[in-house]
Design a binder for this molecule. Structure first.
Ligand code: NAP
Length: 413
């Protein structure tokens, strides 16, 4: 494929899909979007750390060929478009990529670029691991008990973007239609949003969550929903996820009923417990009994709240990695925004994007490099040489710049 502005690196090979799985060459071309605001600082730091880890882990046998692609403000300057077609083409063609945060200009009719990327590429699972790094300031007494991976549905729910403004002709028409035909009494000055949730999308998300639990030796998959109130959306989500587990993973799973009726409350070796929790109760459970949870599967809105809340329990968004995964396409990303007031100051914590690169390396099967980076991050934090956000909460910490924190990670790998 020929691109207009994207420069394909002279060295490196495309990742291919073989038998439904990405096949990773020793020198894969990985597209990256630098991102707006602090994106520039943290992307630079992330690439330094990844290159160093890969070089140390594989002694030159493996290497990433980075290929810059454009979205956000930089794309608008280059193409006059915040999300050019060739960026989408590159994300599709090169399979695995990583991105910094992107600004969503506030104003009517501007859809979030992040949401657009997820929806155009059908990256239906937002996967966010939340674990504790020793020494990170946390509001919990035992943050070390938290080690969960959250699979949030990415394409449906109230986030599907089907909305009408209060008083608009469409909203008026819908309100009138529902009131007249279904006997409801929606107030006439209401804004209207639609919450679609399908069996197809719920089951494919659950499949990803269970496959992850199997591959990573996790002990439970908990469906989080608000089905006691929203029976035909969130309640159905719970039922469809359980149906997927029962129909396609019967030999792997034990339900909560079976756990007590057949196994005296003890999960047999090699089995995965499938249970469910009401969303509001889940917020309490994560605070009070985090060690009882492992993989969480959630609808879009609940998952958004829950992932940020869980991240806060182990040290905040500066350290929370994320990824958006489809059947095989994957875009890894920092979970925070562009924090424009800190842009280009070499100041913020690059931890979120660096830990996202760890997820990317694991997805590629480059486990040794991923382990090295995690070790480096852990040691940098216990050594108390950290960026401002952590330094302001850790006693006797030395505040370092973004680039110095990256160097500290490399030194400790
Ligand atoms: P934000 O950019 O996440 O920043 C909020 C605050 O979080 C910052 O002021 C800072 O707190 C802290 N923070 C964020 N990243 C940090 C880091 N790497 N290191 C240390 N502290 C960090 O949220 P926002 O101000 O609401 O959003 C700004 C723009 O980002 C908006 O245009 C929004 O649409 C966009 N956004 C993009 C994404 C994405 O691309 N995935 C996600 C969310 C928001 P202190 O002020 O306390 O230091």
């Amino acid at each position: 494929m020929n691109f207009q502005k994207i420069k394909i690196p002279a060295e490196g090979t495309k990742i291919k899909i073989v038998n439904g799985k990405p096949q990773i060459p020793d020198q894969p071309i990985i597209p990256y979007i630098e991102g707006d605001g602090i994106g520039r600082d943290i992307t630079r730091a992330m690439k330094t750390v990844v290159d160093d880890a890969v070089s140390k882990a594989y002694k030159g046998k493996r290497k990433i060929s980075w290929m810059e692609i454009f979205a956000g403000e930089k794309a608008n300057q280059l193409y006059g478009n915040y999300l050019p077609d060739e960026t989408i083409d590159a994300l599709k063609e090169y399979i695995i990529s990583i991105k910094g945060p992107l600004t969503t200009p506030v104003g009517q009719g501007f859809r979030s670029l992040n949401v657009s990327i997820r929806q155009i590429l059908d990256l239906y699972a937002c996967v966010r691991p939340v674990r504790y790094f020793s020494g990170t300031p946390s509001p919990l007494l035992r943050p070390d008990l938290m080690d969960i991976v959250l699979f949030r549905e990415n394409t449906e729910d109230v986030y599907a973007g089907i909305e009408w403004e209060a008083g608009s002709p469409d909203a008026n028409e819908i309100v009138r239609y529902i009131n007249q035909n279904y006997g409801f009494s929606i107030r006439e000055d209401s804004g209207i949003g639609i919450k679609p949730m399908s069996e197809f999308a719920s089951r494919r998300l659950m499949r990803k969550g269970i496959e992850y639990a199997i591959a990573n030796n996790r002990k439970s998959v908990t469906i989080v929903h608000k089905g006691n109130i929203m029976k035909f959306t969130e309640g159905a989500f719970n039922n469809w996820c359980k149906k997927e587990a029962a129909e396609n993973f019967r030999d792997w799973i034990v339900t909560e009923d079976e756990l007590y009726s057949m196994y005296d409350g003890k999960l047999p070796d090699g089995k995965i417990l499938v249970n469910d929790r009401i969303a509001d109760s889940m917020f309490q459970q994560l605070l009070l009994r985090p060690s009882e949870y492992d993989v969480l599967v959630t609808p879009n809105l609940n998952g958004d709240y829950l992932s940020d809340s869980a991240a806060a329990m182990v040290g905040g968004l500066g350290m929370a990695p994320g990824s958006n995964i489809g059947d095989y396409l994957a875009v890894f990303e920092a979970t925070h925004g562009t924090a424009p007031k800190y842009a280009d100051q070499d100041k913020v914590n690059p931890g979120s994007l660096i830990l996202s690169s760890v997820l990317m390396l694991r997805y590629m099967g480059w486990i040794e490099a991923a382990d090295m980076i995690e070790k480096g991050v852990g040691a940098a934090i216990t050594g108390k040489k950290v960026t401002y956000d952590l330094a302001r909460q850790i006693e006797n910490a030395v505040e370092v710049k973004t680039s110095e924190f990256a160097a500290e990670i490399c030194k400790n790998m």
